[in-house]
Design a protein around this ligand. Structure first.
Ligand code: SF4
Ligand SMILES: [Zn+2]
Length: 388
């Protein structure tokens, strides 16, 4: 009898790598450790402002304060497959450091006097006591209340208990919570994202937020790891439809490749192409009737939610991109849609590469190619076919 073993679609009998180990490996490398220690804990990672819209639709500008923190507690124990926030954190940040960072931001923008909104991002959850000392949570909530600024903070689901929200709303009566849900699909959350919570925990968190009249912003991810373009498009539209009536705002983040992540490795191995900008246009076009059933645009009658797509690194190899020639026009139209909610922003957009994109999506619908067939995915064909 020969020892020849035929290859099967389920591998060669070797034990599979744990996703946890794959996620953690780069964070423990000497370059990552050295980088973490290089940050000044007294200054925020960045502070800048951008045009925004208040909850009632009034145009304003928003200061975004990205704080240098200890990072996300889910990252400490495992971590999401695309999250590169560990690059920006230091594990010894104290309450005093955070207060110094906050004072720096307020000082830089004169107590935010020319801005109606403040977004405070912590590379994790502001309301998580293990990450952010409670006195600092209180400072942010209280200052924004006293200064009369609409506040947006980010959080995972498990912190948003009735008890925590009761406490937070006793200090600040007008804030919004942005949750990185990524996908309204438990399989995708578990096997593609390694999110560490389920759609049920999002359901519960949203019920609690609504009980305390806190606005809900939902982040969805377009094209998570181990997914082809055609599936990303189908899922992207489905997830928007699933969360629209429970989200005041839906922000779809097209995958951009952050250093040291699983998606970074897939990308380097030519096994992942960031989304096409055409897919984003198509996703918005398909989801638009759900968001604006009366076709009236942002602020119009019957608006169910607000849909924002912001292609970070749009047009670059590591962000959502097309052929290179048409990218800036398409990115600009997508950004305009986020402001207007008017589907006509996409009228007249055209480029030869649209054919290649359409062909790719059609083939991926027709063939069993979970990792996709786009040119930058010319990795090992057998591995691609075997992929889950
Ligand atoms: S929950 Fe958010 S911050 Fe934490 S690992 Fe996942 S993406 Fe990163
Ligand atoms: Zn093009």
């Amino acid at each position: 009898m020969s020892n020849h073993k035929s290859l099967t679609l389920v591998g060669e009998g070797n034990k599979g790598a744990r996703i946890h180990d794959l996620v953690k490996a780069p964070a423990n490398t000497p370059w990552a450790k050295a980088r973490q220690q290089s940050w000044d804990a007294n200054e925020p990672a960045t502070v800048y402002f951008t045009p925004e819209t208040l909850a009632d639709g009034t145009p304003t500008s928003a200061v975004t304060v990205i704080l240098r923190t200890k990072g996300c507690h889910w990252w400490w124990s495992s971590g999401c497959t695309f999250c590169g926030y560990f690059n920006d954190t230091r594990d010894d940040v104290t309450n005093e450091d955070l207060h110094a960072q906050w004072a720096y931001a307020k000082n830089k923008f004169d107590d935010f006097k020319d801005h109606g909104m403040v977004k405070v991002y912590t590379s994790g959850s502001l309301l998580e006591d293990r990450e952010i000392p409670v006195p600092f949570q209180e400072t942010v909530l209280r200052d924004c209340q006293e200064l009369g600024k609409e506040l947006i903070v980010e959080s995972r689901c498990e912190q948003l208990t009735e008890e925590k929200l009761e406490w937070a709303t006793s200090i600040n009566t007008s804030f919004a919570v942005a949750i990185g849900l990524e996908a309204y699909d438990d399989e995708v959350l578990r096997f593609h994202v390694n999110k560490g919570f389920t759609t049920k925990s999002w359901d519960r968190a949203v019920t609690n937020l609504q009980k305390y009249k806190i606005r809900v912003k939902t982040y969805l991810m377009f094209k998570p790891p181990f997914m082809n373009e055609a599936d990303a498009l189908l899922h992207g539209v489905k997830w928007i439809e699933a969360v629209a009536d429970r989200s005041d705002e839906i922000s779809v983040n097209p995958m951009n490749i952050q250093r040291g992540t699983i998606i970074d490795r897939l990308h380097r191995h030519n096994e992942y192409r960031p989304p096409w900008l055409w897919s984003l246009v198509e996703m918005i076009t398909r989801a638009h009737p759900t968001i604006h059933p009366q076709g009236t645009g942002n602020g119009g009658a019957g608006q169910v939610s607000r849909l924002i797509v912001h292609p970070t690194a749009g047009g670059r190899v590591r962000g959502a991109h097309n052929c290179g020639a048409c990218d800036s026009h398409v990115v600009a139209a997508i950004e305009r849609y986020a402001v207007s909610g008017d589907i006509q922003e996409f009228d007249g957009l055209a480029c030869d590469c649209q054919k290649a994109w359409a062909e790719e999506v059609a083939l991926e619908h027709a063939l069993p190619t979970p990792l996709g067939i786009s040119k930058p995915r010319r990795g090992n064909l057998l591995n691609a076919l075997r992929a889950p």
